[in-house]
Design a protein around this ligand. Structure first.
Ligand code: MLT
Length: 248
């Protein structure tokens, strides 16, 4: 069996055109990835991720979709909810469409949307997401790229730490299934970052994104996003348009 090559883009500029042939996993653990996974896990039908707030308003108005989003962590004026997994839990999103716009995550999704497949990963769905990425990599005979959303193109610790966790998870699943993985330098580095912290909350606390969430009073999201494998939904980008849970 051929090896599956695994690499990490710590910032969006690390994503080059040749990554388009890969199975890509977008990680914005605090919080866009965690919000999208929580939406689909709670029965939401489709999540449209848009970079612009005004385009989001227009789409939600036209289709009667729930409007969710933030800028610099704060809910945008007139929006139904923020970019918050904990807010998803107290809203009825079942069988509804949601439009989400965020400061970094939804822009990065747009950038990688031409990839072979685009998945969303975080701690909440780590195992399910890594299993799906491996399955797709073997089906399409290609590698896997984990793309960190980062912060305005600059490295962030929380995403890099989560990427390292996903690298570890992929290695474990591959080991159990006799799949060979080649870790490119970036994946090895992410793994080192993951092992540099005693636990998830310590890494979140050390990160700028984690500190910002605490400073705006969202300790609920800060803690919720650290739960590992509580969900099995794997958002997959459909026809470059919206995320949904593709059946196997
Ligand atoms: C982002 O996309 O920039 C984040 O998810 C921001 C946040 O919700 O705090």
């Amino acid at each position: 069996m051929d090896e599956v090559k695994l690499r990490v883009a710590f910032t969006p500029p690390d994503f080059h055109a040749k990554w388009n042939e890969l199975i890509c996993v977008v990680v914005d653990v605090l919080r866009a990835s965690s919000t999208i996974v929580t939406l689909l896990e709670n029965g939401c039908q489709q999540v449209y991720t848009l970079a612009s707030a005004s385009d989001s308003r227009a789409l939600s108005r036209k289709q009667d979709y729930i409007l969710a989003g933030e800028r610099n962590g704060l809910t945008l004026p007139g929006f139904d909810m923020g970019n918050s997994p904990c807010e998803v839990l107290i809203n009825d999103v079942a069988e509804k469409g949601v439009v989400l716009t965020t400061t970094n995550g939804t822009r990065v999704i747009k950038k990688v949307s031409g990839a072979r497949k685009v998945l969303i990963g975080c701690f909440l769905n780590a195992q399910a997401c890594c299993e799906r990425a491996l399955l797709l990599a073997r089906e399409y005979k290609t590698g896997i790229g984990i793309i960190c959303a980062a912060e305005k193109n600059a490295f962030v610790l929380d995403d890099a730490f989560c990427a390292g966790f996903l690298v570890e998870e992929i290695l474990q699943i591959a080991g159990l299934n006799s799949i060979n993985i080649e870790l490119l330098d970036s994946a090895q580095a992410a793994r080192r970052i993951y092992h540099g912290y005693p636990d998830i909350l310590s890494a979140f606390r050390a990160s700028n994104s984690g500190q910002r969430l605490l400073s705006i009073g969202r300790e609920d999201d800060f803690r919720f996003c650290s739960n590992v494998d509580i969900f099995t939904s794997v958002p997959v980008l459909y026809q470059n348009s919206y995320f949904w849970c593709e059946s196997l």
